[in-house]
Write a protein that binds this ligand. Structure first.
Ligand code: AMP
Length: 440
C-alpha cells in the first residue's frame, strides 16, 4: 500500500513526498481510512508506530477539502506534556508544509509574550491547536477561544493523561466544544478507566489495536555500532568467535544477501543463501541442508523472518537494522525457540541509529551496545539523537515560514524530516501570510 491510495489532496501528498514517506505504517493503514470516513475511533498504538501522522494527515486533508469555518479552530489535539505538544506541532509543520493549514502548540510556561501569541492564534482561529490541558483551560476561561466551528478532537497518549490526573480537565475542555464533532482517542494501553472515558466522549467508535509483540526475555540481545565498511569483517568475526549450532544472518535486500554470502565464502566460511530469486525447489534444498546441519550458516532476506521454525537456531545476526520493530521481533524470534536460549546481534550503521533507537523505544528495552573488536579500527559513537542546531519551536507555522525555514529544520523530531528531505532540492515556497499578521 502507498500513500497515493488514500487520494490525499495533492498539496498534502507533496508534503508527504518531500518528507520521504513512501508507505504508510500499519497503524496509518488501519486508522486513516476510518478518520477519512468521519468515524469516531479508539486506537491502542504506541509512540514510534507512526501514530502522529495517522491522525494529522487525514485531519489536514479534511481541513483542506471540506467546508470549514475560517474564523474558528477546526481541530483540537489534547496531549499530556509540553514535549509532545511541541513534537506534534513540528510534525504538523512538515506534513502541512505545502498546504496552508497551520497550527499552534499551546502548552504553558514561558512569558507573557508567549501567552499573547497563543491568545491571538486562539482568538483568530488557528486550524489545528495542540494543547496541554491546564494551559488550554486558562485560555478557555478568558472567553476568546474561537471554537464554534471545531469539528475534530484528538486525545493523544490518553492513558498518560489519566495517570497524570487530567481526567477532570479533559472533560472540562470538552464542555466548551461543539457537540457535533469527530473524536479520536489514542492510547498505548487500555485500562478500564480508559474505556470509561471513551464511553463518555466517543460516539460509536471503531476500535483499532496495533499491539507490538515483545521478543522473549531469554533471547540475549546485543548490538554493534559500526561503519558499513566494517560490517563484513565483523560478521565473519562473530561467526568465528560465537559458539552456535545454527546461525542465521538477515539482510534487508537480496543484493546484500548475495554480496555478503560471496564475501563470507571468500573468508572460507561455509554458508548458503536464501531469497526470492531462488526457485522453490532450491529454497527447500537449502532449508533441508540447514535443518540437517550440513550448512550451519544461512544468509537470508526477511522472507525467512516469519516463516521458518527450526528449534536449534541459536544465533541471529541482523546485518542491518530491520525496517520496523515488528520485523525485528520476527527476525530475532527465529532463535530461542522451545526451551532453548539464543543470541541476537544487530549491526547498526550511522544512518540506522535513529531507526534502531525507535525500535528500542517501542520494545521498551535498551539493547546493550557491544565493543567492536579493536582490529576493525575506530567505530562510530552511539548518538541516535544527535541534534541539529537552531531555534526551539512552538510550531507557529506562519512565523517560521517567514523566517525562511524548511519544514521543521530546528529540532530533534524534524531531524527525521530533514533526513528524508535532505537529498531533494529545496523547493521554492510561496509564503502564505498568517491569518493574523500581527502575530509574527
Ligand atoms: P510517531 O509514532 O508518530 O512518534 O512516529 C515515529 C516516527 O516515524 C517519526 O519520526 C515519523 O516521522 C516517522 N514516520 C511516521 N510515519 C512514517 C512513514 N509512513 N514512513 C516513514 N516514517 C514515518
Amino acid at each position: 500500500m502507498t500513500f497515493q491510495d488514500f487520494n490525499f489532496d495533492p498539496r498534502l501528498q507533496e508534503s508527504i513526498d518531500a518528507m520521504g514517506y513512501s508507505n504508510p505504517t500499519p497503524v496509518q493503514q488501519q486508522v486513516i481510512p476510518y478518520i477519512l470516513e468521519g468515524k469516531d475511533l479508539i486506537a491502542s498504538a504506541q509512540t514510534g508506530t507512526g501514530k502522529t501522522a495517522a491522525f494529522l494527515l487525514p485531519l489536514i486533508h479534511k481541513i483542506l477539502t471540506e467546508p470549514q469555518d475560517h474564523h474558528s479552530i477546526k481541530a483540537l489535539i489534547i496531549v499530556p506534556t509540553r514535549e509532545l505538544a511541541v513534537q506534534i506541532s513540528q510534525a504538523l509543520d512538515g506534513m502541512g508544509y505545502f498546504t496552508d493549514v497551520y497550527g499552534i502548540a499551546v502548552y504553558g510556561g514561558g512569558d507573557g509574550d508567549l501567552f499573547n501569541v497563543e491568545r491571538k492564534a486562539l482568538s483568530t482561529g488557528a486550524d489545528i491547536v495542540i494543547c496541554t490541558p491546564g494551559r488550554m483551560i486558562a485560555h478557555l476561561q478568558m472567553g476568546y477561544v474561537k471554537l464554534q466551528g471545531l469539528k475534530y478532537l484528538v486525545l493523544d497518549e490518553a492513558d498518560r493523561m489519566l495517570d497524570m490526573g487530567f481526567h477532570g480537565d479533559i472533560l472540562k475542555i470538552i464542555g466548551f466544544l461543539p457537540k457535533q464533532r469527530q473524536n479520536l482517542l489514542f492510547s498505548a494501553t487500555m485500562p478500564p478507566k480508559m474505556r470509561e472515558l471513551a464511553r463518555k466522549i466517543l460516539h460509536e467508535p471503531v476500535e483499532v489495536n496495533i499491539a507490538i509483540s515483545k521478543p522473549p526475555e531469554k533471547i540475549r540481545q546485543g548490538a554493534f555500532v559500526v561503519y558499513d565498511e566494517q560490517k563484513i569483517k565483523l560478521v565473519s568475526f562473530m561467526l568465528r568467535s560465537n559458539p552456535y549450532r545454527l546461525a542465521i544472518v538477515f539482510c534487508s535486500s537480496k543484493e546484500s544477501v548475495k554480496k555478503l554470502t560471496f564475501e563470507l565464502k571468500r573468508a572460507h566460511l561455509k554458508v548458503a543463501e536464501i531469497h526470492s530469486d531462488l526457485e522453490q525447489l532450491e529454497r527447500e534444498k537449502v532449508l533441508l541442508d540447514y535443518r540437517n546441519e550440513k550448512i550451519r550458516i544461512l544468509v537470508a532476506t526477511d522472507i525467512l523472518s516469519r516463516g521458518i521454525d527450526i528449534d536449534i537456531i541459536d544465533l541471529v545476526i541482523n546485518y542491518d537494522v530491520p525496517h520496523d520493530a515488528e520485523d525485528y521481533v520476527h527476525r530475532i524470534g527465529r532463535t530461542a525457540r522451545a526451551e532453548r536460549n539464543g543470541t541476537a546481534l544487530t549491526l547498526i550503521n550511522p544512518k540506522d541509529q535513529r531507526k534502531f533507537s525507535g525500535i528500542e523505544r517501542l520494545l521498551e528495552k535498551e539493547v546493550p551496545k557491544l565493543p567492536v573488536p579493536p582490529d576493525l579500527g575506530p567505530a562510530p559513537e552511539w548518538k541516535p539523537f544527535e541534534r541539529r542546531g537552531g531555534e526551539g519551536g512552538r510550531g507557529f507555522k506562519g512565523k517560521k515560514k517567514r523566517m525562511g525555514g524548511k519544514p521543521g529544520n530546528n529540532n530533534q523530531a524534524s531531524a527525521t524530516a530533514e533526513k528524508h528531505i535532505g537529498p531533494k532540492p529545496v523547493r521554492q515556497h510561496h509564503h502564505k501570510a498568517p491569518k493574523d499578521s500581527s502575530t509574527g
